[in-house]
Write a protein that binds this ligand. Structure first.
Ligand code: NDP
Length: 293
């Protein structure tokens, strides 16, 4: 058997097109475009690349993209003052502070300053709480993208055994909450989990969000399971360069799983597409006009 490949790149492209198609209707109703503001502190090259692609995607969707590039030496107080200004700016629907921040800045203190109703990354503790109790808020983009791919592939998820490997605040925990909200029976595994192979082997849905290349082997996977590989790891390509690899041993898993996301081209492209979707949702909520799906 060979698994069906879940084409996250194509799904993300179609989500971005759907968002772009709705933006003119928002503009007609609200008299302005949705706006996403990204704040980046310092020169981390990977963060610079992410921020540039977020800006381009925002503009391509017909929204207003603003980027604040602050020097590495920016103080926590100055960053918090900027976030407060953005909270008060009616043209800003979404605020995203690119992580990681320089070591002298307390990330949680900065995230806590963002207005939860503009927190399109869904990292604010209020949005984590809203997700936990089932209230409307913002859900972190990567796990929300995973749920979209799962529902597209499987339809109703209720009653399925889901195993999430990884318990970070930005991927593992919100992923588990989302699966629970879809009535899956959820297990969260992590570095202290005993018999991880056995735990994974019971999963109808296996989500890997660890950051260890090819850690999950083919014989860990229940035949026919749907595998979502969130991991993005840069590894040696054997020719003196590097390439991206997931947390799942793709060559082995594809022989066992029912469906699997590749790396690259699976979960990765979903993150920015969901960010645009969250920004549009924020704009509708803040303008008080009903959101057209
Ligand atoms: P973190 O490092 O914050 O969390 C990793 C998790 O994996 C932890 O909960 C850790 O457990 C667990 N873990 C580590 N080693 C093992 C092990 N040997 N067995 C079982 N569990 C283990 O990572 P993130 O959640 O931020 O990211 C995970 C991966 O997803 C990374 O590769 C990252 O690059 C990728 N990613 C991709 C995104 C995208 O596609 N757009 C977005 C965000 C992340 P413990 O808590 O016990 O330490």
């Amino acid at each position: 058997m060979s698994a069906r490949i879940i084409d996250g790149k194509a799904f993300a492209a179609s989500l971005r097109e759907r968002v772009a198609a709705i933006v003119p209707a928002f503009e007609a109703a609200a008299g302005r475009k949705p706006g996403l503001t990204v704040v980046i502190v310092g020169e981390d090259p990977a963060s610079q690349v992410y921020v540039r692609s977020k800006g381009k995607a925002t503009e391509a969707a017909g929204m207003v993209s603003t980027t604040h590039r602050l020097p590495e030496t920016t103080t926590q107080d100055a960053l918090i003052a900027l976030v407060r200004d953005l909270n008060a700016d009616p043209a800003v629907d979404g605020i995203l502070v690119q992580l990681p921040l320089p070591k002298h800045i307390d990330e949680q203190a900065v995230i806590a300053t963002i207005d939860p109703d503009k927190d399109v990354d869904g990292f604010h503790v209020v949005n984590a709480g809203r997700l936990a109790v089932g209230q409307e808020g913002f859900v972190p983009c990567t796990p929300l993208g995973c749920i979209m791919l799962l529902e597209d592939r499987l339809g109703d998820l209720s009653g399925l055994n889901a195993v999430v490997v990884g318990r970070s605040n930005i991927v593992g925990k919100p992923m588990a909450q989302l699966l629970l909200a879809k009535s899956c029976t959820v297990t969260i595994a992590h570095s202290r989990t005993k018999d991880l192979q056995d735990v994974c082997g019971r999963a109808d849905i296996l989500v890997a969000a660890v950051g260890r290349p090819a850690m999950i082997k083919g014989d860990w996977i229940k035949p026919g399971a749907t595998v979502i590989d969130v991991g993005i790891n840069r590894i040696d390509n054997g020719e003196g360069g590097t390439k991206l690899a997931g947390d799942v041993d793709f060559a082995e898993a594809i022989e066992v799983a029912g469906a699997i996301t590749p790396v690259p081209g699976g979960v990765g492209p979903m993150t920015i597409a969901v960010l645009l979707r969250n920004t549009l949702v924020s704009a509708y909520r803040r303008a008080g006009v009903p959101y057209e799906k």
